[in-house]
Design a protein around this ligand. Structure first.
Ligand code: FES
Length: 165
């Protein structure tokens, strides 16, 4: 994958509900709609299942941005899952701020199964937003740590002792 935007390749996690936004991704694919390759989609059954911990875990693993997506109001297959997500998302944003990250690194969007074009447009816009923010400071710290580990020589393997009979 090539570097993009302001010199880094963003790593973006998208949580998508099985019935609407994930199906919207399928529609985008079937319709051969081009959009940013810098996203990794995680399918869940309903946006109401996406707890703040999921989002925080994604950031802790080095995500630069996280989008939570689901069905439009009135379309949730579990009736109120997306309404529940509205409340959860407020908590998610507060926790993301506690981590010292910008609010704009998380987003909540409703996308239906029929909205393949909109799915692609939304992903492009969100990726651009994250590119403008730059690399997450958590990811930057993780990358420094990995680089330091790579430079540290591996401990020598002890020689196998010969056993005399
Ligand atoms: S099933 Fe899509 S938001 Fe609930």
């Amino acid at each position: 994958m090539s570097a993009a935007g302001n010199g880094f390749t963003p790593s973006i996690v998208v949580f998508a509900c099985n019935w609407c936004s994930y199906a919207g991704a399928d529609t985008a694919g079937i319709s051969r709609i081009q959009y940013s390759p810098h996203i990794r989609v995680i399918r869940v059954m309903c946006s109401g299942r996406i707890n703040p911990e999921f989002v925080l875990h994604a950031f802790a693993q080095g995500a630069d941005g996280v989008a939570v997506t689901g069905c439009h109001f009135g379309d949730c297959h579990y009736l109120f899952g997306n309404h529940r997500q509205v409340d959860l998302f407020e908590r998610t944003k507060a926790l993301v701020r506690t981590l010292g990250l910008e609010d704009d690194r998380v987003d909540l969007e409703w996308i239906s199964a029929a909205e393949g074009v909109r799915y692609g447009q939304y992903m492009d816009a969100f990726v651009k937003q994250i590119q403008d923010l730059g690399m997450s400071p958590i990811r930057a710290a993780l990358e420094l740590e990995r680089a330091a580990e790579a430079e540290t020589p591996a401990p020598e393997t002890p020689a196998v002792a010969e056993v005399s009979s």
